[in-house]
Unconditional design. Structure first.
Length: 306
């Protein structure tokens, strides 16, 4: 065997050795992945994410997928001649818009399930209305009524645990119901945070269209690899967390304070981003960790993040 070929095989062996402690640590643990952004609309990225989830499942993780669908919803709202309105980043959702939202999210949901089943996974697509998984109250935006937009007040984990215990991957679209069983649109980040908290997830992962949290949003060389809760709160108070990062970080902090061990913000545009973060010393993106969590798994990880 030529030396270059041997080096290639050794590199592959080293990858497996590097992944081993992470597989051991999280085997049997529940993880929640909020799936959104470009990774949902680019077909090749979509396949990459599904393959990552398949590998996570096969090595013993218990994944739950929560997906959005904002771009597709907007497209279909425009197709049917309705008006798209946002208030403080939340979609104004009247009765007609809610019907479109539910139709589009269910279509996306079943498409993801089909892709997973093609890889040999057992997956079940549900909305938060099924099994009353997501019970909501009406959410106001700055005191303004924005229609059928819900704020999660309760997560019923019975159905989720039944699916996980029977080797299925729950794929959840963020539609919930109020006490009168009316349908409500839920921000997918909020839904993922609430579900991760309720199932006591070891990890909550947000797939987004940015690399992670930047100390200076205008300078992409200032990526922050890891934040403790006090550091994350200090960063929020600094005013540097602009745009969509502000509510995302607030969700991360809320999840950690409610018992989730680690929350990751990853760039879903990077192929196999989940595997790179979960199974390598270097990792990618930004991790927010609880007060009692180790800063890094080992010395190599420390060096590579500094």
């Amino acid at each position: 065997m030529e030396s270059t070929e041997m080096e290639l095989w050794l590199q592959k062996a080293n990858v497996l050795i590097e992944a081993l402690p992470y597989i051991q640590r999280f085997q049997g643990k529940t993880i929640v992945v909020k799936y959104g952004g470009s990774a949902m609309v680019d077909h090749e990225l979509k396949k990459s994410v599904i393959r990552d989830v398949a590998l996570l499942k096969l090595v013993g993780f218990r994944p739950i997928i929560v997906h959005g669908g904002g771009k597709e919803i907007t497209k279909w709202i425009n197709k049917v001649g309705l008006e798209t309105q946002f208030v403080n980043g939340l979609r104004v959702t009247d009765k007609e818009t809610m019907e479109v939202v539910e139709m589009v999210l269910n279509r996306i949901n079943k498409g993801l399930v089909s892709m997973m089943e093609k890889t040999g996974l057992k997956a079940v697509g549900i909305s938060g209305k099924d099994g009353t998984v997501l019970r909501v109250d009406k959410k106001l935006s700055g005191g303004k009524d924005i229609g059928f937009v819900g704020e999660v007040k309760e997560v019923n984990t019975e159905l989720l645990n039944t699916l996980l215990d029977n080797d299925f991957i729950p794929v959840i679209c963020p539609v919930g119901s109020d006490d009168g069983y009316h349908s409500f649109n839920i921000n997918a980040d909020d839904a993922a945070c609430a579900i991760a908290t309720a199932v006591k997830a070891a990890k909550l992962v947000f797939l987004s269209d940015i690399e992670g949290v930047y100390r200076d949003p205008l300078d992409h060389t200032t990526l922050i690899s890891e934040l403790s809760i006090p550091e994350a709160k200090e960063f929020l108070a600094s005013g540097n967390a602009g745009g969509g990062m502000l509510p995302k970080l607030q969700n991360c902090i809320a999840a950690i304070e409610a018992g989730v061990s680690r929350v990751h913000i990853l760039d879903g545009r990077i192929e196999h981003c989940l595997l790179l973060e979960f199974f390598t010393n270097k990792g990618i993106g930004t991790a927010i960790i609880g007060d009692h969590e180790e800063r890094y798994y080992d010395d190599t990880r420390v060096e590579s993040h500094e």
